[in-house]
Design a protein around this ligand. Structure first.
Ligand SMILES: [Zn+2]
Length: 60
């Protein structure tokens, strides 16, 4: 499950970076309509992954 979350987080990161490379409208502060959902997905997964790491650390 953790590996799956990490895999999805990395995939979202790759997808976002690939878009950012090609897109002239997207910046670190502002996303275009195409980039916004990719960015939001990455942020959600990043948050979930970091929360998972903190939870794991706290309980072990
Ligand atoms: Zn874009």
């Amino acid at each position: 499950m953790a590996a799956d979350l990490y895999t999805r987080y990395m995939a979202a990161s790759d997808t976002w970076r690939a878009h950012l490379d090609r897109c002239s409208a997207c910046t670190a502060e502002e996303r275009c309509p195409d980039g916004a959902p990719l960015w939001e997905r990455l942020v959600r997964l990043q948050d979930a992954y970091l929360t998972h790491l903190r939870t794991k650390k706290g309980t072990s």
